[in-house]
Write a protein that binds this ligand. Structure first.
Ligand code: NIG
Length: 424
């Protein structure tokens, strides 16, 4: 009798991290197989039982030979849409010479420099460069990517950037899911009065974002050089009333008590957290807010403090690991680097880091089905050259992704010698 299930794709003899169990646990199992029928996972189990359980006659079968299979990475924090006039590359030299991110911003660089370059760029140029960055993330295993606005100097500019994010999602349909976040409180646009800007965001920008369905979340950067707790509270509560999930850039440069605000407004995530204190950690745990770790930016800003990933996990907080691709603090799509730093500097185990880069990201975006491998879940997955999460993090900053599958379709395969194959 033919097996009851049919498959269009199967991966066999794999070490599978389903990331579909207890928070922060990758749920690793070796000698496993996974079968996919069109866009959904239909079976996961011991390899020895695959042939009896699934009809493979119409399936492409990939031999994992002991390598790791995980859900596609869910990158819950990026700023992919920006114009680049080269000025931020110049800032890199200043950072390397010892100037701080805040000093550079005060001198007219930083986020405002990118706002100017973005205003000068055409829609086509912004879409094209964002697409190239998203494709680089796909090559690193990212099958779902969040993209923020935040470089708009006016309500019209912010809306233009969000429409470009929408177009990016259409251009990438079937390869990568794009999730948009409006970030109106990033840096005060030049020449604007603070109170006027916050009022305009609440009265004009957010209602338009909600009515055009241009974003599912609203973010704010709380810092001495950016916006206050009170300004962020007003904007996030207004966003929440319109159905947009609050999120925060929190406690990145100092302990600004922004994690507590994230808990108070029921944020989906509080990201950065390099300077979060014990009270902030406890608040995140109590409120069930996801902590977004972005260690690539801590590295590239030469931060002295790393977000306390270990203490967050031990306190019961779900942790996400994002790339934070942006021209100022994290000009890198390298997800391998962030996985290794998450272990070395944030104190996660390799398995926790993988969970954070997959299911953790999905939790930060409130996507119930993404970032996990389970029967009925979307077949978004990565076959890695590495055998275990430890191999992935140990062979640092090297692209181990051999094959990415989105909705059951192979959408990217590494060409030698890009991918490291650790099986030897
Ligand atoms: O998440 N901290 C604020 N926003 C970005 C940096 C943006 C920029 O410098 O252009 C971040 O690190």
């Amino acid at each position: 009798m033919a097996p009851p299930l049919r498959a269009t794709l199967a991966l066999r003899r794999a070490t599978i991290a389903t990331c579909d169990g207890v928070t922060n646990d990758p749920c690793l199992g070796d000698g496993r197989a996974i079968a996919v029928d069109r866009e959904r996972v239909v079976w996961i189990g011991p390899d020895a039982r695959l042939d009896a359980a699934v009809d493979l006659s119409g399936a492409r079968v990939l031999e994992a030979d002991g390598r790791l299979v995980s859900p596609g990475l869910v990158d819950a924090h990026t700023h992919l849409v920006f114009g680049d006039d080269g000025s931020r590359a110049g800032e890199f030299g200043a950072l390397a010479a010892g100037r701080s991110y805040a000093e550079i911003a005060r001198a007219g660089g930083g986020i405002r420099a990118t706002m100017r370059a973005t205003r000068a760029a055409s829609d086509e140029a912004l879409l094209g460069s964002a697409r190239a960055r998203a494709r680089r993330l796909l090559a690193w295993g990212v099958t779902t990517v969040e993209v923020k606005s935040g470089y708009g100097e006016s309500v019209e500019e912010e809306l233009r950037l969000l429409r470009i994010v929408r177009d990016l999602g259409r251009a990438l349909a079937g390869e990568q899911d794009v999730v948009a976040t409006v970030l109106p409180l990033h840096a005060l646009p030049s020449g604007r009065d603070r109170e006027d800007w916050v009022r305009e965001v609440v009265a004009l920008l957010l209602p338009e974002v909600a009515s055009e369905k241009l974003a599912t979340a609203c973010d704010a950067f709380v810092a001495a050089s950016a916006f206050t707790l009170e300004e962020a509270r007003r904007v996030l509560l207004a966003a929440r009333a319109l159905g947009l999930a609050p999120r925060l850039h929190a406690d990145q440069l100092a302990d600004d008590r922004a994690a507590a605000l994230a808990a108070e407004v029921g944020a989906a995530s509080a990201d950065h957290l390099e300077h979060v204190g014990d009270a902030g950690i406890a608040a995140l745990a109590r409120a069930g807010v996801v902590a977004g770790l972005l260690p690539t930016s801590t590295l590239l800003l030469r931060g002295r403090e790393w977000a306390p990933g270990r203490r967050l996990v031990d306190a019961g907080v779900a942790v996400a690991l994002g790339s934070n691709v942006n021209p100022g603090s994290a000009m890198s799509e390298n997800r391998g680097l962030s996985l290794s730093l998450a272990c070395l500097e944030n104190g996660l185990t390799p398995g926790e880091a993988l969970w954070a880069a997959t299911r953790g990201g999905a939790r930060a975006l409130r996507l119930p089905d993404a970032g996990r491998l389970a029967v009925g879940a979307p077949a978004d997955l990565v076959l890695w050259g590495a055998r275990t999460p430890a191999h992935l993090c140990w062979h640092a900053a090297v692209n181990h992704a051999l094959c990415e599958v989105k909705g059951g379709r192979v959408v990217h395969e590494a060409r030698e010698p890009c991918a490291a194959d650790c099986t030897a």
